[in-house]
Design a protein around this ligand. Structure first.
Ligand SMILES: Nc1ncnc2c1ncn2[C@@H]1O[C@H](COP(=O)(O)OP(=O)(O)O)[C@@H](O)[C@H]1O
Ligand SMILES: [Mg+2]
Length: 273
């Protein structure tokens, strides 16, 4: 059975593509067969990340793991309805083509699209990275302007709710395990960090997600993209790039901690990851 992991949040720049690539590489390094689908057909950040990795392998002659990649679009037919039908077909056949994979990781755009909604119906795990800002929080829930109390769900949590409902109606076994993680956590802005933390804990039980330990704000995440590398590729004697600072070591721990908290089926991560 292929386990589908979705990176979703109707917000650009929250770290979906970066996290998707790190999850993909972590799973491959633990010996899993992984497929990747990029549904951000406009930005294609995950596809570009994987293409950069291929180029890096060619140029440096290093052996690095690569996921299986299937493209699903874009589709531009005369009518919007016809395009949706074609996109649905493309998506389903992409997933079927990855039947031999242990995991399929799907990166979603920061917008409400047909493909993103469709993918959520197939999700076993949804990971939502969230910048440490109430602007990002607003996609999950509304806060009362005076009391600061949660006053109701918001756009993205409604989309996950809808996907859960549809999944139950269609009799797909198992539910969606929804994991929210904070990204780009600042080492200094302690007050905002605490406020966000408290609000998220309060919200977790109300709209049904789990909170995972997040990632710190580190320049290395931006620097690795052009080489197609992740923090998990660094270090070790054959490493293409050296693992240089304490901050990188801590960052790797954060990634391992995220993978562990996903409780993936029999995915005990090997030391290599
Ligand atoms: N933990 C982090 N620390 C520093 N920069 C980050 C971190 N996570 C992501 N970024 C950077 O933030 C930007 C947006 O990340 P990206 O993964 O493309 O988000 P999304 O896919 O949600 O739009 C990119 O420039 C990326 O390199
Ligand atoms: Mg992206």
């Amino acid at each position: 059975m292929t386990h589908v992991i979705i990176l979703g949040n109707e917000k650009g720049g929250s770290g979906k593509s970066t996290t998707a690539m790190h999850v993909i590489v972590a799973l491959m390094k633990s010996g899993r067969k992984v497929g990747a689908i990029d549904l951000d057909l406009r930005q294609r950040s995950l596809s570009r990340y994987i293409e950069n990795r291929k180029k890096f392998i060619e140029i440096k002659g290093k052996q690095l793991e690569l996921p299986m990649v299937v493209e699903v679009g874009p589709v531009h037919l005369d009518s919007r309805e016809a395009s949706k039908v074609q996109e649905t077909e493309n998506f389903k056949s992409a997933l079927e083509g990855m039947g031999a994979c242990d995991f399929v990781v799907i990166d979603c755009p920061g917008a409400d699209t047909h493909l993103s909604r469709l993918a959520h119906l197939y999700a076993d795990t949804v990971i939502t990275p969230l910048n440490d800002s109430f602007v990002d929080f607003d996609l999950l829930a509304r806060l009362h302007p005076e009391t600061g109390k949660v006053s109701g769900p918001s756009l993205y949590s409604e989309m996950v709710w809808e996907a859960r409902k549809q999944r139950a109606l269609t009799g797909v076994p198992g539910g969606i395990d929804w994991v929210v993680m904070r990204n780009r956590l600042s080492a200094t802005r302690a007050r905002n960090k605490k406020n966000m933390g408290e609000k998220l804990e309060d919200l977790a039980s109300r709209i049904g997600f789990r909170l995972a330990r997040g990632f710190g704000d580190r320049v290395i995440y931006r620097e690795l993209f052009p080489m197609g590398l992740t923090l998990l590729d660094l270090g070790g004697k054959d490493s293409p790039v050296r693992l240089s600072t304490m901050s990188h070591v801590t960052a790797r721990l954060e990634i391992r901690s995220l993978i562990a908290s996903l409780n993936l089926p029999s995915a005990e991560m090997s030391e290599a990851a």
